[in-house]
Design a protein around this ligand. Structure first.
Ligand code: FES
Length: 194
């Protein structure tokens, strides 16, 4: 509590407890979230009238939010006036949709037969060891997510590791460090890139 004398009067200023003052960071996050939902509304208005546009809307939602948490799935279902289970069914069926936040780089190890035979599991183990996370998880700094994938159609170059869209053929556990460092620097990788 603070007191100020103004023209002979005493004004008492009640200071708010610290916890009641929203932090700037929280306000910015709130603002960002509102903008994301406003963008989502525009997408829904654009496509909602057309039949069979749920996948398109979900793709756009993933671009806006980065992934499709339950809150977003429920929002879309409500706006489209369809059951949440229908939205969730599509999200879980297609591997392109993520229900957890993804890192800036998704490192995918192909676990198809050819890659598996050529050592995909060792690649996966090296990734997990280097990043200290498990398959399906994202590093605390939000840079990397690890996942396994089915055959990507480049079996002649097995084993295959992908960093987002970049494909590394005949990848070895010894190269993992270098690939990770290169991603961290945001550089294009020139070694074994096809
Ligand atoms: S099995 Fe990995 S690319 Fe085909």
């Amino acid at each position: 509590m603070a007191e100020h004398n103004v023209t002979g009067q005493t004004i008492i200023v009640q200071e708010l407890p610290f916890k009641d003052v929203p932090e700037k960071k929280d306000l910015l996050q709130e603002d960002h979230r509102s903008k994301q939902f406003a963008d989502m509304d525009r997408v829904i208005r654009l496509y909602a009238g057309e039949r069979g546009q749920l996948i398109r809307i979900l793709q756009k939602a993933q671009e806006i939010f980065g992934y499709l948490p339950e809150e977003v799935q429920a929002y879309i279902a409500e706006k489209l006036e369809i059951p949440v289970s229908e939205v969730n069914g599509v999200v879980t069926f297609y591997s392109l949709f993520a229900t957890e936040p993804k890192g800036k780089y998704t490192l995918s190890v192909c676990m198809g037969t050819a890659c598996y035979v050529k050592g995909a599991q060792a690649l996966m183990d090296a990734l997990k060891e280097e990043l200290k996370i498990d398959e399906g998880e994202t590093t605390p700094d939000g840079v990397f997510t690890i996942k396994s994938t089915r055959c990507v159609g480049a079996c002649g170059l097995a084993p295959i590791l992908m960093a987002n869209e970049d494909v590394y053929g005949k990848a070895s556990p010894g190269e993992i460090k270098k690939i990770i460092q290169t991603c961290r620097k945001g550089e294009s990788v020139d070694h074994k890139k096809h």
